[in-house]
Design a protein around this ligand. Sequence first.
Ligand SMILES: Nc1nc2c(ncn2[C@@H]2O[C@H](COP(=O)(O)OP(=O)(O)OP(=O)(O)O)[C@@H](O)[C@H]2O)c(=O)[nH]1
Ligand SMILES: [Mg+2]
Length: 328
Amino acid sequence: MQSNFVDYVKINCRAGHGGAGSASLHREKYIDKGGPDGGDGGRGGHIILIGSVNLWTLLEFRFKKHFRAQHGGRGGKSRSTGADGDDIILLVPIGTIARDEEGEIIGEITADGQQLIIAKGGKGGLGNWHFRSATRQTPRYAQPGIEGEEGQITLELKILADVGLVGFPNAGKSTLLSAVSAAKPKIADYAFTTLTPNLGIVDYRNHQSFIMADIPGIIEGAAEGKGLGHRFLRHIERNSNLLFLIPADTEDYAKEYSILLNELQKFNPELLDKGRILAISKSDMLDDELEAEIKSQLPTDVETIFISSVSGKGITELKDLIWKKLHE
Ligand SMILES: Nc1nc2c(ncn2[C@@H]2O[C@H](COP(=O)(O)OP(=O)(O)OP(=O)(O)O)[C@@H](O)[C@H]2O)c(=O)[nH]1
Ligand SMILES: [Mg+2]
């Protein structure tokens, strides 16, 4: 799913123009000059985003980037109104943010079925019927339709997961995700294996579930662009909880933890307001004695747990802990 995950696309949108109003004059046998009866033009089609819980990526916009909605129909005689142009509906995942060419946010999709017009169809012109008056009984004027909005729209996806994994490269984040969900992220013993976020649904007791987000590893100086930088942190901005992973074979746990916190803070101080759990990963490498010793070195202001994605140690307890945090 790694290469299929697309979280940033630019698409070109052109909404439909409004149809022109009609300047028709009523004709009837034996009546010399009929009155104005020109109808209004129809509205041009909008381009509309609609939120869907069944989508997780903006992938399909990598293949189709141009969208043109239909123009509104012209007004006709006998005050008949032109048809509205068909709207174009683009289904997007929850957490999609749309921006205009200046980078201003047009809106954000936060719920299933929510609609957001990203390019507005032009209004149809008024027909001459509207312009009749006592002194102008046969207006030959009708309004043209208004042009539809046109431009490049940026769609950006913020993952809405319940728990985000935070750790140095190689901490075992992707391995944990693959152990608790059906996701199949790439796993390897070198740094920066994960280049784009992975999501997985974690089944919990009694048919319940929560979503876990695995993001690329963070290193000291990420805020200054070291490693992959910290732009991926925006994916955990809205995770309600953060699960820190520090491997058992780390020299200084407290130091690694504070480096991670520091990088999060530099990106967005609000990240530190989230619920936190600290897991010591790869603890299959520890015996009881070593584990007890490490325990005494861990920070005390956060709940800690020893886990192993390989042996399964602590995984059920970890899920319980996450579930408890999510429902606190
Ligand atoms: N012994 C042991 N090894 C593990 C465990 N979890 C992960 N590993 C190993 O640690 C290495 C890194 O695992 P990944 O899951 O790719 O680490 P990551 O945190 O996703 O790394 P990046 O994507 O580079 O940030 C791999 O060689 C894994 O096999 C564990 O519970 N026990
Ligand atoms: Mg990884």
